[in-house]
Design a protein around this ligand. Structure first.
Ligand code: PHE
Length: 347
């Protein structure tokens, strides 16, 4: 009987790996392990054997049974994996193959121009050692105002500018400066990061204003950071983005969270400074408000302003897109007209 079991084992081992599908596996299993299968067939002889032989054969048969069960399970797994691979291969479609997509009468997907610019700017800052941070659209008063040194009486808190929730505690962030606060909370100085995202303001819309638009916040905190550092990074950024000579001007600007604060304007690229509706006929476009971080802001972020200082900026991405692609109305960006979006495929 032991010999027969040995034979059975060898036969089983030889053929189990050759099973290619579920049906033959099930059939094979019942041939070997079924009630009327080959293993039981051998064990039938046990009835007439003595106790010693029965013990020995029983033990070997059990081991064999376990081994068979294990390799059958393994083989089933292999078959399942092959089946899944086959199904995936059959339905596989390369959506980046524009021609094949077009051939099927489908439209190729593209990136929104704001996404294109955002990625490009992220890459520029990553190359200068900045981290990329994110923050929520729904914020509280602390992160949007209080920690940014914006007092209760500040007009920015006005109902007309801010989308408040009914609880009057939460709001849609009005600027990405909230990411400054979250960045300070989460990091020990020195650090530098940018944080892109959508912001919301309850404003009337026109050629240069939308209720939802995009900013890219930046912050650098370290020891002895100066206005010269700020200007260096802003200049590098503009040179990389425009790859052409753009005229800029720096004006004093007031934001409660920076001191001193600046407005960096660029000469309007749509009208070459002659005046148009995008630049409100001034020839200049406000693009990059910035400044040296106010000590109160560092304090609210858990940073000791006697040890550390820094700068921050808030780049308007939609305006940048408009300047780059010569778009004369911000409302095109979220107008949902596919003919507009389809023009921006490349990345
Ligand atoms: N948060 C400001 C705004 O939305 C922009 C800003 C950011 C100004 C950082 C200075 C520094 O208008």
């Amino acid at each position: 009987m032991l010999e027969k079991l040995e034979e059975l084992k060898n036969e089983f081992r030889e053929s189990v790996a050759g099973l290619q599908d579920r049906n033959s596996l099930a059939e094979f299993k019942s041939t070997y392990l079924g009630k009327k299968g080959r293993l039981n067939d051998i064990l039938k002889g046990m009835r007439d054997a003595d106790t010693d032989v029965r013990k020995q054969v029983g033990g070997t048969a059990n081991e064999l049974k376990q081994e068979m069960q294990k390799s059958l399970d393994k083989q089933l797994q292999k078959i399942e994996t092959t089946e899944i691979d086959a199904a995936l291969n059959k339905n596989w479609q390369d959506i980046t193959l524009t021609d094949s997509v077009r051939a099927k009468g489908l439209k190729a997907a593209g990136f929104h121009p704001v996404t294109l610019i955002q990625r490009e700017i992220e890459d520029i800052f990553i190359s200068m050692g900045f981290d990329i941070l994110d923050g929520p659209h729904i914020e509280d008063d602390f992160h949007n105002f209080e920690a940014l040194n914006i007092p209760d009486t500040h007009p920015a808190r006005d109902m007309q500018d801010t989308f408040w929730f009914a609880d009057m505690k939460h709001l849609l962030r009005t600027h990405t400066s909230t990411i400054q606060v979250r960045g300070m909370e989460a990091n020990e100085p020195p650090f530098k990061f940018v944080g892109p995202g959508k912001v919301f303001r309850c404003e009337a819309t026109d050629a240069s204003h939308e209720m939802a638009f995009h900013q890219l916040e930046g912050m650098m905190v370290g020891r002895d950071i100066s206005v010269a550092n700020l200007i260096y990074f802003m200049k590098t950024l503009l040179a990389e983005i425009f790859r052409q000579q753009v005229n800029v001007r720096l004006r004093p600007g007031f934001f409660p969270f920076v001191e001193p604060g600046f407005e960096l304007d660029i000469e309007c690229l749509i009208c070459a400074g002659k005046g148009c509706r995008v630049c409100k006929h001034t020839g200049w476009v406000e693009l990059l408000p910035c400044g040296m971080t106010h000590p109160n802001v560092l304090k609210a972020g858990g940073i000791d302003p006697t040890q550390w200082n820094g700068f921050a900026f808030g780049l308007g991405l939609d305006r940048l897109v408009m300047m780059r692609y010569h778009i004369d109305d911000i409302r095109h960006l979220h107008g949902g007209d596919l003919r507009f979006i389809e023009q921006f495929k490349a990345y």
